[in-house]
Design a binder for this molecule. Structure first.
Ligand code: PLP
Length: 464
């Protein structure tokens, strides 16, 4: 790893790529942005992307593909059954994850829908460190109940535990003891997106595995950010720094019985996903449903060209030079905000920096959505689009009542290989302005909302 040492000698961690094709971004005025916010009911998901300058809404599907991925797309074979692109995809997935059955889907939530339609249902309870919003929505749609059992440190934005995504092993054991018969499977999300992009340690995964063995439960990974999680293990976990990330990924997968995946994250693609498992019967049930709602098992919800892009993306996702840059550049933004006194979740996560809106806006009650207020202000001030991950996203209970979420965060998700350091320096300046204006920001009330996943389409108005 000679190149790694060469880079370590310098303070600046550069983008390990050159720009090959460019996309224009929109320069707009604050007045224009204030008007557009009113027009869309203060919901950032409803803004046309052309009116956004720096889009940190999500790291999902927004990354830049490499020259080699675009070249791989030219190899896409669109045969309905048994295309060479399918075999390239299957072999790349099996090389890293090793599961016997790989079932391609158009994105992560389709894998979740199939998994929970087969394993969920009324009376079932599914533990996770923290269910992502689509994961929770899909299992609840099946009638099951989702339980979040992240360690207590994972709910404290200022606690610097190195593996804040870890599962609370004692809490999982109590659940399995009390309601084992109702638990069809245990899930672990790596990294823990809803809890600040925080990693799960190998030690913790081994302990979850041991409990799953004790109670005869399958363990499924929600593995969207497997490479970032493995990099954190490589960097932070005792005895792991000599290992290749790909090798750590293989060990993580070997501890599980299956996985769901969104290829829009670490696999560096704009679309795609899969469901994988070792159990033959389960795989058969998954495939039966796949054919009904996604497609034939050798393409699922994807075109042959997408399968090729994923196969190539997987080889790039575990590159140490790429991962060092990726994790370091996210930390660069987070550390600058800390330095400015903007409260953020620490340690800085892998794919995003999370502003602690509840702490930044103590004058706004959680039920008046401080996260929404911060997200709207970031767009109005500087055209930066972010995402509320708090009471708007999680406050609505299945019975329609409302409670404050565990945290009110605003996620600045960093698309992979897309923005340069000067873009991020601009975001830092926008956040500095936000901190100056914080005491003048107002809370919001919801004007209209759908029954599920309300954050995507609800409309708001400022209070007062
Ligand atoms: C942890 C996690 N699980 C599942 C999903 C769902 O994936 P997709 O957006 O591809 O449906 C996401 C997407 O953001 C995620 O972050």
């Amino acid at each position: 790893m000679t190149e790694e040492r060469a880079m370590d000698d310098f303070r600046t961690v550069i983008e390990p790529f050159r720009i090959h094709a460019v996309e224009p971004v929109a320069l707009t005025t604050r007045e224009e942005r204030a008007g557009w916010l009113r027009d869309v009911g203060y919901n950032l998901f409803s803004l046309p992307a052309r009116d956004v300058l720096i889009d940190l809404l999500t790291d999902s599907g927004t990354g830049a593909m490499s020259r080699d991925q675009w070249a791989a797309i030219q190899h896409g074979d669109e045969s309905y059954a048994g295309s060479p692109s399918w075999f390239a995809f299957e072999s790349a997935v099996k090389d890293l994850f090793g599961f016997r059955h790989v079932i391609p889907t158009h994105q992560g939530r389709a894998a979740e829908k199939i998994l929970f339609t087969v394993t969920g249902g009324e009376g079932r309870v599914i533990p996770n460190n923290t269910h992502f919003d689509t994961t929770r929505a899909n299992l609840e749609a099946s009638g099951a109940e989702g339980v979040d059992l992240v360690i207590p440190e994972g709910r404290d934005p200022s606690n610097r535990h190195p593996f804040k995504g870890n599962m609370d092993i004692a809490a999982l054991e109590s659940l399995l003891e009390a309601r084992g018969g109702d638990v069809p499977l245990v899930m672990v999300t790596i990294t823990n997106n809803s809890g600040g992009g925080q990693p799960v340690s190998l030690e913790n995964l081994r302990a979850v595995r041991a409990l799953c063995d004790q109670y005869s439960k399958p363990l499924f990974l929600d593995a969207c950010r497997f490479a970032e999680n493995a990099w954190f293990i490589h960097e932070r976990e005792a005895g792991q720094s000599h290992r290749e990330v790909a090798d750590i990924v293989r060990e993580i997968a070997s501890l599980a019985d299956g996985m769901t995946m969104s290829a829009k994250k670490d696999p560096l693609c704009n679309i795609g996903g899969w469901l994988a498992c070792n159990d033959d019967e389960l795989a058969q049930s998954f495939r039966n449903l796949l054919i009904l709602i996604e497609g034939f098992p050798t393409y699922g919800g994807l075109a042959g060209r997408d399968l090729e892009a994923i196969a190539q993306g997987l080889t790039e996702a575990v590159s140490h030079d790429y991962l060092r840059y990726r994790i370091r550049s996210t930390a660069y933004l987070g550390e600058a905000l800390e330095h400015l006194g903007v409260p953020v979740v620490v340690p800085i996560g892998g794919h995003a920096v999370y502003i602690d809106a509840r702490r930044l806006l103590p004058h706004i009650d959680p039920m008046a959505y401080p996260g929404q207020s911060v997200a709207v202000a970031l767009y109005e001030i500087g055209g930066v689009r972010s995402c509320e991950i708090g009471t708007v996203m999680f406050g609505r209970q299945p019975d329609g009542s409302e409670q404050p979420a565990a945290m009110d965060l605003v996620r600045l998700a960093i698309p992979r290989r897309t923005y340069t350091q000067s873009h991020i320096d601009y975001v830092i300046e926008v956040c500095e302005r936000l901190a100056k204006e914080a005491s003048t920001l107002r809370g919001y009330r919801i004007v209209s909302q759908p029954a599920q996943l309300r954050h995507f389409t609800a409309t708001f108005e400022p209070i007062g």
